[in-house]
Design a protein. Sequence first.
Length: 234
Amino acid sequence: MAEHIVASFDEDLEHIDRLLRDMGDLAGAMTQSATRALLTSDTGLAQRVISDDAIMDAKQLELDERAITLIAKRQPMAQDLRAVVGGIRMAADLERIGDLAKNIAKRVGAVGQGAAPRKLSHSIDTMAGMVLSQVKAVVERYAERDAAALTALRDEDEKIDTRYTSVFRELLTYMMEDPRNITACTHLLFCAKNLERVGDHVTNIAENAYYILTGEQLPVQRPKLDETQMTVDR
């Protein structure tokens, strides 16, 4: 973005960018920790994720207040206005990712003391890795002002949708084969659905970031590939 005559204007914009990067880092850490806690029944780690959600909420509130103050004081136009309004939107999606991670972490106590069997958890672990890489990348690509990379990242959500459908079918098979797997698989399905939703929020962030940088909207979002139509608590 071009520098402004008033240096404090640039400082205000940079502060919003810095808050977005902090929220992106925290969203990635929460997603990773929540999934690990679920797969290993680590209640201590789960509790830390739940506590971190308050930090995420505070950062979103700070960003919103900064953005509203900047609009009132500076009356930004064109790309500057897109950056401020887009920052508010991206922060809302990052905060929602934190909520989804917290929801996964809150499920840990219900799973029980024993870690999920490796055969049940491997696919979730793989899916979590895919989602985590997207969460980490999306704010980085925005910070680098790389619109082309944001387009590619947004399109990669299709891979997560496909993986979710595969995980759903795999866990369903385990439940049909052995009723003793039903409890663990139910919780893992909850985790998988929330991870898929994290991917959706990454898509939203990429689309908003692209609009900020280019002033153009990406093509209408592709049809979702989630064939399960599974409903879980938000």
